[in-house]
Each structure stands twice: as structure tokens, then as C-alpha cells.
Design a protein around this ligand. Structure first.
Ligand code: C2E
Ligand code: MG
Ligand code: MG
Ligand code: MG
Length: 287
């Protein structure tokens, strides 16, 4: 009976693996089609400058409204894309969409930059920078239209290559962000070598900031490090005023999160910002 039971459980286990594999495979097929059929959509979320309380940019976040599964968690399908070779077409879709939307904003008088998330795989793609350069010339884009966010862990997967790819992006004039800072085991010596402009402190330090003294200590450290390296410091995942106040006290320069605004379809951003309390200044102050 023992052998039979373990035999059966082994069979169940195998079936379970097959189902997971099959469902991942099915999901990959769906994602490939969604990219080809242009069924993804680009959302964007505002960022606000702490000192002025004015909008200073937005982040592009891809959404996949799956016909049967509903809106899937972005983190999950990005990971799937990275492990299935779909990340390159996905990144191309996101970049094209970001440039198209940013071009449309220009006509509506929105002058803020839009930032695009790049993955570890993108950093290893020798064609990436040329692709971006092509889009810049197609859309007649200024270098400050589109910025790039790279997670600390993606940068640390291959720091030597990261330094070189970031250097080429920097030559195009783009601003660069280290995303999810604090959870990616940065080597501080590489951080110093990376030609980046800003750090985004990971939300896991922001969420407990008003209650947890150790999170506040980490944020204070990240702000100090960022400022000493000449970088702007952004806090993401800010959901309420108390968190804003504490982060402002700790010296964060820019705030992003539900407190400022939820991610929204990119074509609604122009309208939203006109009636938002965080209106963009009509005349930009230099610096
Ligand atoms: P991320 O770049 O760190 O983006 C921030 C995530 O936090 C987004 O999740 C956003 O919706 C969520 N968020 C924003 N404000 C708040 C808040 O106040 N509270 C909480 N709890 N969450 C907030 P999302 O859109 O699900 O994206 C997850 C991750 O997937 C992103 O993290 C990014 O790493 C990746 N991702 C999203 N879009 C793209 C893309 O187009 N390309 C690549 N390569 N990665 C992407
Ligand atoms: Mg990001
Ligand atoms: Mg982040
Ligand atoms: Mg994140």
C-alpha cells in the first residue's frame, strides 16, 4: 500500500508539472499573439517633485488584458517573457508605444518625460540602443522625452555589460534610473561606475516607513548615498500623506505611487494632468 501510495503521488506530481508546463506554454503562445495583434496596452503613472508638488514625469507600465484570465499581474508575465525569448518583441512594442504616446503628449502641451522599464535581457541585446536611436529619429524626439529604468538586480547580473549599454544610452542623451534600489545586492563600486541619474527606492522600504525605524534608516542611507553621488532620489509605492511627509523629511526628491495617481491608460494622461492638483507648471523653471 505504501508503494502504491507513493507511486500514485508520483503520478500526480508528474501530471501537475505537465499542467504547469502546458499552461506556461499556452500563456506564452497567448502573449506572442497579444504582442503581434497589438492587444497590450500602455499605462502610465505620474511622478511628483516633492519641493514644488508639481508633476515631473510619468512611468510607462505595460498591461495585458487577457481575454480569459483578466488583467494579469505585470511582474508575472514580464518574467515569462524574459524566459521565453518574447522579451525583445515585448520591449519593442513598449518602446514604440511609449514614443507614439509621448509624441502625442507634445501636441497637448505635456512636456514631462516618460520612463520605460528595460529588462536584464534587454541590456544584453546589442541591437537595443540602435533600435531606440531609430525611434528617436522617426518621432523627432528630444533626448528628454523618454527615460529608462533598469532594476538594480538586472544591472548586477552583468555589471560590465550594463556599464557599456548604459554608456551608449547616455550618449543618446537619455536620463537613466536604477529601479527597485535596495533589494538587488548592488556592489557599491559598480553603482559608482554606472552613468545613472537617479535611484528609485524600492517600495518594500516605503510601505512601512511611518512605523518601522529600520526602513527609515535604510531610506536615509539611500538618500545620502544617492545625493553624495549626485543622483536624484525617487520613492515609489507612496500611498498616503504620512508616507509623503516622512519621505520628504528624509530628503527624497520625487514621489510616485497611488497617493499621487494610479497607473492610467497613456492616452488619458494629458487630460488627467490638466485637472490634477499636481498640475504641470505652464512655464518650466530651468534646472
Ligand atoms: P516597477 O518598475 O518597480 O513599477 C512599479 C510597480 O508598482 C507597478 O506595478 C505599479 O503599478 C506599482 N505601484 C505603483 N504605485 C503603487 C503604490 O502606491 N502601491 C503599490 N503597492 N504598488 C504601486 P506593475 O505595473 O504591476 O509592474 C510590476 C513590475 O513589472 C514593474 O515594477 C517593472 O519592473 C515590470 N514592468 C512593468 N512594465 C514593464 C515593461 O514595459 N517592461 C519591463 N521590462 N518591465 C515592466
Ligand atoms: Mg520601474
Ligand atoms: Mg520599482
Ligand atoms: Mg518593483
Amino acid at each position: 500500500a505504501e508503494a502504491k501510495r507513493s507511486g500514485r503521488s508520483h503520478a500526480v506530481y508528474t501530471v501537475k508539472i505537465d499542467q504547469t508546463y502546458a499552461s506556461r506554454l499556452a500563456l506564452m503562445g497567448d502573449l506572442r499573439q497579444a504582442i503581434e495583434k497589438n492587444e497590450l496596452s500602455l499605462y502610465c503613472q505620474p511622478k511628483v517633485h516633492v519641493e514644488s508638488s508639481r508633476l515631473c514625469g510619468a512611468e510607462a507600465l505595460v498591461r495585458w488584458p487577457h481575454p480569459e484570465r483578466g488583467i494579469l499581474s505585470t511582474g508575472q508575465f514580464i518574467e515569462l517573457a524574459e524566459h521565453s525569448g518574447l522579451i525583445t518583441p515585448l520591449t519593442h512594442w513598449v518602446l514604440e508605444s511609449a514614443f507614439r504616446h509621448r509624441y502625442a503628449w507634445q501636441a497637448k502641451g505635456v512636456t514631462q518625460p516618460l520612463s520605460v522599464n528595460l529588462s536584464a535581457h534587454d541590456l544584453r541585446d546589442p541591437a537595443l540602443v540602435g533600435w531606440i536611436e531609430g525611434l528617436m529619429s522617426t518621432w523627432g524626439a528630444e533626448p528628454d522625452w523618454i527615460e529608462f529604468e533598469l532594476t538594480e538586480s538586472a544591472l548586477m547580473q552583468d555589471p560590465v555589460r550594463a556599464v557599456s549599454t548604459l554608456g551608449r544610452l547616455k550618449q543618446l542623451g537619455s536620463r537613466l534610473f536604477v529601479d527597485d534600489f535596495g533589494i538587488g545586492h548592488s556592489s557599491l563600486s559598480y553603482l559608482q561606475k554606472l552613468p545613472v541619474d537617479a535611484l528609485k527606492i524600492d517600495q518594500s522600504f516605503v510601505a512601512p516607513i511611518t512605523e518601522d525605524r529600520s526602513s527609515a534608516a535604510i531610506v536615509r542611507l539611500a538618500v545620502g548615498l544617492g545625493h553624495d553621488l549626485g543622483l536624484e532620489v525617487v520613492a515609489e509605492g507612496v500611498e498616503n500623506r504620512a508616507q509623503w511627509d516622512r519621505l520628504a523629511e528624509l530628503g527624497c526628491d520625487v514621489i510616485q505611487g497611488y497617493y499621487v495617481g494610479n497607473p492610467m491608460p497613456a492616452d488619458q494622461y494629458g487630460c488627467w494632468q490638466q485637472s490634477s492638483p499636481w498640475r504641470e507648471p505652464s512655464v518650466r523653471t530651468p534646472g
